[in-house]
Design a protein around this ligand. Structure first.
Ligand code: KG4
Length: 336
């Protein structure tokens, strides 16, 4: 089954063709980052307009690169939640048009389910059940992936997402947007014990996390240093920050995996590209005996191949939509 997949939930317009859920025939991404960099963050209105401009050309390119004609498309999958609502609506409406024109099923896909599915593309032998740590710009959650389409959130952030925290701290340091990758690189050679930063605990909810205190502590530290005219040791600050984020995420992911006992732990989302978090997870899994699944870097950030992959399993589970499909800014992953 050839699925044409569309993703437009944030600042990347993406189209891909995926065969039978696991074989990527094409994967095209048009990033808007350059445009939003000027403003230090995503401007929703601009994002929507850029998606409108890019989406049809990108879908055509995805088909061309896959070497398929329109008639060879068997289904149209699209991210319908969560995301910037105007941005998601662009993809949903485009996908509806294609599904209607080709008379093919329309398959709605939850964006975070897509991030989880990125692991199936990298690891052909991975099958549910497993526990997945989902960490992106908008989501930080530990998910029990019971089957391809049955999922439950075991723990999550009570406030900011980990990626958001990376982005805000990087913005105040003036090292660019999105800030995760530059912060990751900046940490090279730094002393991760030089700056003492807080790790939050949510009482009574061991698997929940909080990043707003860490973010505030970082911003205060940076502003205090600026006011006193002290120079921050930037690599050590970035390394201390990366360690604080990792030490919030990794022990909870390991605890969730221990509780579930599947012996398989996956990671998903843009922050899954972080080298410190990857290294800490690798070390923790070596010790626990869990098998660790990390998505290839090209599938960590937003892309449509992951939507085409998850879309296949949603289709097999009978989860298709009519042309009255709506888009949602927020939606629980367990609802699909
Ligand atoms: O998954 P993604 O592309 O978009 C969302 O669905 O949110 O994730 C983007 C997030 C941004 O916050 C970005 O700063 C972060 O992923 N990110 C990283 C790294 N690369 C991207 N965070 C930490 N370390 C990285 N290497």
């Amino acid at each position: 089954m050839n699925i044409l997949a569309i993703e437009s939930s944030c600042d990347e317009t993406a189209a891909a063709v995926v065969r039978d859920g696991r074989t990527v025939l094409s994967n095209c991404v048009a990033s808007q980052i350059e445009m939003h960099t000027i403003y230090g963050g995503v401007v929703p209105e601009i994002a929507s307009r850029k998606h409108v401009e890019a989406v049809s050309g990108l879908a055509r390119e995805a088909l061309e690169r896959a070497g398929l004609s329109r008639e060879e498309v068997d289904g149209v999958a699209v991210t319908y939640a969560p995301g910037l609502i105007g941005a998601v609506l662009v993809g949903v409406n485009f996908a509806k048009g294609v599904a209607l024109a080709l008379d093919r099923p329309l398959i709605p896909v939850h964006h975070v389910r897509g991030h989880i599915a990125a692991n199936y593309l990298t690891h052909p032998d991975l099958e549910p059940p497993f526990v997945c740590l989902c960490v992106s710009g908008g989501t930080t959650a530990i998910v029990d992936v019971r089957s391809y389409t049955e999922m439950e959130v075991l723990g999550g952030t009570r406030d900011d997402a980990a990626g958001e925290c990376f982005d805000k701290v990087a913005r105040v340091l003036g090292i660019g947007y999105p800030g995760g990758a530059p912060m990751d690189r900046l940490a090279d050679g730094g002393d991760d014990a030089k700056y003492e930063l807080p790790r939050a605990h949510v009482q009574g909810a061991e698997l929940d996390m909080s990043f707003s205190g860490l973010k505030t502590a970082c911003l205060n530290l940076i502003h205090n240093a600026q006011q006193k005219g002290d120079a921050l040791d930037l690599p050590s600050f970035a390394a201390s920050f990366g360690r604080a984020v990792s030490e919030s995420l990794v022990p909870r992911a390991m605890e969730a995996s221990r509780r579930k006992g599947y012996g398989r732990l996956a990671v998903a989302g843009g922050v899954a590209a972080n080298r410190r978090i990857r290294a800490d997870l690798e070390a923790a899994c070596r010790q626990s005996g869990d098998r660790l699944f990390l998505p290839e870097l090209k599938y960590c950030g937003d892309n449509a191949a992951m939507i085409g992959c998850q879309g296949y399993y949603e289709f097999l589970a009978g989860r298709t939509a009519g042309l009255d499909l709506n888009a949602y800014a927020t939606r629980d992953i367990s609802l699909g």
